[in-house]
Structure formats: structure tokens, C-alpha cells
Write a protein that binds this ligand. Structure first.
Ligand code: SF4
Length: 500
């Protein structure tokens, strides 16, 4: 990364805001983008609307990604024009998956954009900004292969106590609905030593929880030495002093081997939560999706998980209305959902993503009204199971990693239990002091779909992250909330799982 000079605005440093679309991998990359901008002299804007530079880290996977991007760019165009009248500028940067997919057409459709970069060249951002500044023309740079692993770039974390750690990038699978392999390339893993060194550095910087990210964490390491190393990685991270919670996403049911479950069960800081994308419960649809497992394998995996990790929560992704899905196929999905009773499921109505094989199956597209009807039936079951899962917590003592106050109700704070359930509890008061990043114990009193509510904390373990958050609050910095981080990098809770 070249440290290009960043011109000051009047007598202050230029400020930035980052808006993240899509999954946790983008969250990770946004923290790197923020770190790069800070390394070359930018400062985080207190008010994103007043930032001198806005970076949109885009997603090509979620529905209506184009509309969301161009809608946001239209809004920014108005701000840029108003600024120009005031003698100020607004630099607009578009990066990430949709930028990689659409490339130069982003700058053609929105010529007021200054820089477009893709999924492989985040590290070049300072140079691209310098070029745009010097030439007063949009700069578009997209590379076919990764130059610098994003984890090697500086990061500016959204919260003190948690960090995203990318263990691999890209994907060797070819799921017919997914654009990720075309945009992120084949799977490339970092070595266990590199990841361990990064995690140790993060722990030294007050992090107590990491989330390991990969498109298919279970195949992690296969490109390094011919065999998957994920279980070994989990056990290695189990030995990091001060690292209290290890999470990961997303595993792929095909590659999930028993040694990973054993490593989870035997490594105390690996949290009992498995996000296991189902996508469909019909073997015929799974075959058309090119998902190389079948429902029986999936159900076996769930059974083994329940056996080895009885307190584990299970979450999933499900697509409804994939091309050619019949009522019978859908009932097969509902049947798996009934059997597993997920703690939470991210459900999607199929919509074609240009560039994917499934998008060409036009003659098999399912009637949108039928898709919507199936979706509602699925949602009704998923919500009922989520309520059940949270009701099972009632009466139990849970250890919560505190995330911060609720955005809508400052009298209520939120945290996550080891199984990643969202639990609200009364805000700290004069007798019970805690801050984001502290660990508290509380008894769950009631449940709702998607969350539980606990009594006031009856025990508090202060952590270095919590103490740092307290100092920042005393110095006047805004406390991160459970649903909005202090930066423009979106918070953990709202991020969708990595596609897997
Ligand atoms: S859905 Fe996941 S496993 Fe399948 S191609 Fe996309 S990223 Fe890879």
C-alpha cells in the first residue's frame, strides 16, 4: 500500500464514511478499507452525511443489489452537487463484489463516482484516490486475481472487543445460484501460522471474540497441503490466552467432517453455534443447485451435532422458489425445517442473479405469487421455532458478551450468549457497571421470536475491551449500540452470514 498524501480540507484532516452492503466478508473488508484510509491520513467522520469521502462496499449476492447501489449513488450525487456550490468536494468510492461484477459500467451509469475498485485490489485504494484527485476523472481498476490478502491490510475495527478474521478467500464450488466464485475467484487459504499471529495481535489489542470467515471454512487449508485444516485451526486458536470466544461462518455441509465437530466439542473457547446453510430440503433441487450433499447427509450432520454439542444453536440459509421447485420439493424443505427446528433461519425468495447458471433457467422460474406463498409458510414455521429456541433459555443463567445499548430503547442493553442468541437486559446503573465488551451473567426471564430478555446482570466480568470502551465514553465518544456501531461499518448483529 502506498501512503498517498491526503489534502486537508481547510484546516482539518479529510474525513470518511464507509457503508457496507451484504455479508460479513464485506464487513471484514470494510474494516480494512477504514484502516487504509486512516493510515493515509483520513479520519472517521462523526456525521457520515458530512464526510469528505464516502466508500460504498457493495454486494452482488443479495436481492436488488443494483437498485440499492444506484439509489444510494443518486442520493450522493445530490450531496456532491450541493457541496460543489459551497466550494467543498465529496469523493465517492465504490468497491466490492458489485463493483467487480459491473466494472466500468458503474462509472458510466454514475459518472460522478471518483473511484471504482474490485474484490482483489483493496490495497491499491490510496493510489487510486491519488490518481482520481490528480486527473479529476473517475478511476476504475479491477484485477482478476488477489494481490494482497485483505487481512494483511491495516484495519479499523467497528467495535473494540470483536474482530473478523478472514481465513480464506474465494470458493471452489459452483453453486448454480451464486456469483461469488466469479467475483472472488478460487479458494485461497492463509496459513495457520499467519492466522494465529493475527489473532494473537488482536487479543493484545483487547479483542476477546473473533469470527473466522471463509466462503467454505470446512475446506480451509486444502489448497495449502491437500487436506482440510479447519479442525486443527480451531484447536490452535483454543490455546490463545485471553481469546474467550471463537466463532466461524460459513461451513459447507458437504465438507463438514467429524473432526471439526470433535474440535468444537473439545475446545472450550469455540462457541456452540453452527450456521449450516441448508438452501433446500429437496434432493432434486439440491442437485439443480449443484449443492453436493443430500438431505440425509444434512440431517445426519445435525444429529451428530446434537449428540456432541447438545447446547449448540443451529442456524441456516434457505432459498424458496429455486427454478423448477415444486410443491413437493418445498414440502421436503419444510420437513427438514420441522425436524431440525433451527434457532434462526435466513430465508430468501429466489431471484436470478445475472451471471449465474440458475438465472438462465428462465423456463423453470416459479410463479412469484407461488414463491411468496411458500415463503410465508416457511417464515411462519421458522419464526415459531425461533420462539421455541429462545423459550428454552427462560430460567437459565447465561453469560453475555455485552454489545451495547439498544438503539430504540436506551433503558435496554443487548448481548450475545455463547450459542449466539441475542439477549436484552436492563441497562447498567450505579450498582452494576458494564460497558460494551464486558462479560455479564444474567437470568433469562422471557422470550420472543429472535431474542430473549434477562433480569439485571448479577455478575460482571470487566474486560480490557470494556474498560477501553468506558474510557472512550468518558472522553465523549458515542457508545456503540447493539444495532449501530460507532463507525459506518455496520455492526455484527445485522450482518448476514457469508454465503456458503
Ligand atoms: S453458495 Fe457458497 S459454496 Fe456455493 S458457490 Fe457460493 S460461496 Fe461457494
Amino acid at each position: 500500500m502506498t501512503a498517498a498524501a491526503v489534502p486537508e480540507v481547510r484546516d482539518r484532516p479529510r474525513t470518511y464514511a464507509v457503508r457496507t452492503f451484504g455479508c460479513q466478508m464485506n464487513e471484514h473488508d470494510s474494516e480494512r478499507a477504514a484502516g487504509i484510509l486512516e493510515a493515509v491520513g483520513y479520519r472517521r467522520a462523526t456525521d457520515p452525511l458530512d464526510a469528505d469521502l464516502v466508500l460504498l462496499n457493495t454486494c452482488a449476492v443479495r436481492e436488488n443489489a443494483d437498485e440499492r447501489l444506484y439509489g444510494t449513488l443518486g442520493h450522493l450525487k445530490g450531496i456532491k452537487e450541493a457541496r460543489r456550490d459551497e466550494g467543498r468536494d465529496l469523493t465517492i468510492v465504490v468497491g466490492g463484489c458489485l463493483a467487480q461484477k459491473d466494472g466500468a459500467s458503474v462509472a458510466e451509469r454514475a459518472p460522478w463516482v471518483d473511484v471504482v475498485y474490485g474484490t482483489h485490489n483493496l490495497g491499491n485504494l490510496p493510489d487510486l484516490l491519488a490518481r482520481a484527485d490528480a486527473d479529476h476523472l473517475p478511476v476504475v481498476e479491477l484485477l482478476e486475481t488477489l494481490e494482497v490478502f485483505p487481512s494483511a491490510l491495516p484495519a479499523q475495527r467497528g467495535v473494540r472487543h470483536h474482530a473478523w478474521v478472514s481465513i480464506s478467500v474465494g470458493c471452489d464450488n459452483t453453486c448454480s445460484f451464486c456469483i461469488v466464485p466469479a467475483l472472488r475467484g478460487p479458494e485461497r487459504s492463509r496459513t495457520v501460522g499467519e492466522i494465529l499471529a493475527e489473532v494473537q495481535g488482536l487479543v493484545a489489542d483487547d479483542v476477546i471474540e473473533v469470527t473466522l470467515l471463509g466462503q467454505n471454512v470446512n475446506s480451509y487449508g486444502r489448497d495449502l497441503g491437500g487436506r482440510a485444516l479447519f479442525a486443527e485451526l480451531l484447536r490452535t486458536l483454543g490455546g490463545v490466552d485471553g481469546l474467550r470466544r471463537v466463532r466461524f461462518t460459513s461451513p459447507h455441509p458437504r465438507d463438514f467432517t467429524p473432526d471439526v465437530l470433535e474440535a468444537m466439542a473439545e475446545t472450550t473457547n469455540v462457541m456452540p453455534h453452527l450456521h449450516l446453510p441448508l438452501q433446500s430440503g429437496s434432493d432434486r433441487v439440491l442437485r439443480d443447485m449443484r449443492r453436493s450433499y443430500r438431505r440425509e447427509r444434512y440431517l445426519d450432520l445435525v444429529a451428530r451435532t446434537r449428540e456432541l454439542l447438545p447446547d449448540a444453536s443451529l442456524t441456516t440459509d434457505i432459498i424458496v422458489g429455486f427454478p423448477g421447485e415444486t410443491e413437493e420439493d418445498f414440502l421436503a424443505t419444510l420437513d427438514v425445517v420441522e425436524q431440525v427446528r433451527f434457532d434462526q433461519a435466513f430465508t430468501f425468495q429466489y431471484s436470478p442473479r445475472p451471471g449465474t447458471d440458475a438465472a438462465t433457467m428462465v423456463d423453470r422460474f416459479v410463479d412469484p405469487d407461488e414463491v411468496a406463498h411458500r415463503y410465508r409458510r416457511l417464515e411462519e414455521r421458522v419464526r415459531a421455532h425461533s420462539l421455541e429456541a429462545h423459550e428454552r433459555l427462560v430460567g437459565r443463567d447465561v453469560e453475555l458478551l455485552v454489545e451495547g445499548p439498544s438503539r430504540t430503547d436506551p433503558a435496554r442493553w443487548s448481548g450475545r450468549d455463547p450459542a449466539n442468541h441475542l439477549v436484552h437486559l436492563p441497562a447498567p446503573d450505579a450498582t452494576t457497571t458494564f460497558h460494551p465488551g464486558d462479560l455479564v451473567s444474567a437470568t433469562v426471564r422471557s422470550a420472543a421470536t429472535g431474542y430473549a430478555v434477562a433480569d439485571a446482570a448479577h455478575a460482571v466480568e470487566r474486560t480490557r475491551a470494556g474498560i477501553a470502551a468506558e474510557s472512550a465514553a468518558a472522553a465523549g465518544a458515542a457508545s456503540p449500540t447493539a444495532r449501530s456501531a460507532p463507525s459506518f461499518v455496520s455492526p455484527t448483529l445485522r450482518r448476514l452470514p457469508v454465503v456458503g
